[in-house]
Ligand binder design. Structure first.
Ligand code: PGA
Length: 270
């Protein structure tokens, strides 16, 4: 088992500069080979500084013309043009500011007749496969320890599917919707198995609010109750944290699998 590498940065801005550099390198090297870069993208407050940095890099000349993206999830019941749909979020915060062809953008649909959902999910998986699989998957982590909307009880080998949202997740989203009653109860999400097939994964977390769940994900048992814990077994995952999000880490698994005390302000390479 290869443990995730844990990088602790002075701020989210410093962390995303490093990550944006890695992504630019991937995109440019693929472009030089005439190939596409396949990115799995995430929503929420956490990736916003990264999307700002990627937009800035585009204005400095980085082209996204050879990027194909697949978002992790979408609320069920929200049309694309709903203010809180993830389609709207991604366009407002990234796609409207870069040159990715619209036809390369993929999010699960939030508006589907009940009977069409299973086939839609199967097709989403097929599109990822047909694109060559995910080169890179960006993740945040929810209060429940979810990655995507893989709430407690999500199996390690789960695939893209319809899920019920946990009450904690709906409460976290309540301010944006003007009350928990307005937050959808269901979503379509990539599964844990879908995410874990990405060749490279980076999970971002900022602030003390995330400290306990980050520690549980990294140092707790592998369990369906915390889907981020499955990342412990992924061969090429990094956790990019600020000091707040790292503040509950008692110990980190070292690259060779033994346990070491977290060196504060350190980057433990994977
Ligand atoms: P956040 O959400 O980025 O808004 O904290 C993360 C998540 O729920 O995955």
């Amino acid at each position: 088992m290869s443990a995730p590498s844990i990088c602790v940065f002075d701020s989210a801005e410093v962390a995303v500069r490093e990550l944006a550099g890695e992504l630019s390198e991937l995109i440019r090297s693929r472009a030089a080979e005439g190939r596409m870069a396949v990115l799995g993208l995430a929503t929420g407050a956490t990736p916003l500084p990264l999307y700002q940095e990627l937009s800035r890099l585009h204005h400095q000349g980085l082209s996204f013309a050879n990027v194909i993206s697949f978002n992790l999830d979408e609320y069920l019941g929200l049309a694309r043009d709903h203010a809180e749909s993830y389609w709207t979020f991604m366009h407002r915060n990234l796609f409207d500011h870069i040159d990715m062809p619209e036809s390369n953008i993929h999010l699960p649909s939030g508006v589907l007749p009940e009977a069409a959902i299973p086939a839609h999910c199967t097709e989403y998986e097929a599109r990822i496969r047909d694109a060559g699989g995910l080169d890179f998957q960006l993740l945040g982590i929810g209060g429940t320890g979810h990655i995507g909307f893989n709430e407690p009880g999500s199996p390690r080998d789960s695939r893209t599917r319809r899920v019920l949202l946990d009450e904690m997740t709906r409460c976290d989203a309540a301010p944006a919707f003007g009350g928990v009653c307005q937050v959808p109860t269901q979503a379509i999400t990539m599964g844990c198995g879908t995410i874990l097939e990405a060749r490279r994964i980076v999970l971002l977390a900022w602030g003390e609010r995330k400290a306990a769940i980050v520690n549980t994900a990294l140092n707790g048992p592998l369990t369906e109750q915390v889907s981020a814990s499955f990342l412990q077994e992924h061969p090429n995952t990094s956790f990019y944290l600020d000091h707040g999000a790292a503040s509950a880490l008692e110990s980190v698994p070292s690259p060779c699998g033994s346990t070491v005390t977290l060196p504060r302000r350190a980057c433990v390479p994977g």
